[in-house]
Design a protein around this ligand. Structure first.
Ligand SMILES: [Zn+2]
Length: 89
């Protein structure tokens, strides 16, 4: 069984469908029993969606809504840079 930390580490790859099947299964299994990771993934997806629709605000400008931790914003920024680099190829 994956730990929450592993889930967070693999979240980006999971959403991008880049996880190997067995890891994906582990991931799904963890999500079934861990509501906090499900919530985390939901807000992560929402953040990705929002940031693709509009420019992501700088870290200092992000309103604290209590649901999106700063490190997640960073992770999303990273994912977007990643995706942008991939699209240029
Ligand atoms: Zn978890």
């Amino acid at each position: 069984m994956m730990t929450c930390k592993e889930v967070l580490d693999f979240l980006m790859a999971y959403i991008d469908n880049e996880l190997p099947t067995d890891q994906r299964d582990d991931f799904d299994r963890h999500l079934k029993v861990c509501p906090s990771c499900v919530n985390y993934m939901k807000s992560y997806r929402e953040t990705v969606r929002l940031s693709r629709e509009s420019a992501l605000p700088a870290a200092g400008e992000v309103e604290c809504e209590g649901s999106v931790p700063a490190e997640m914003i960073e992770a999303v920024r990273h994912a977007i840079r990643h995706a942008a680099a991939r699209e240029k190829k």
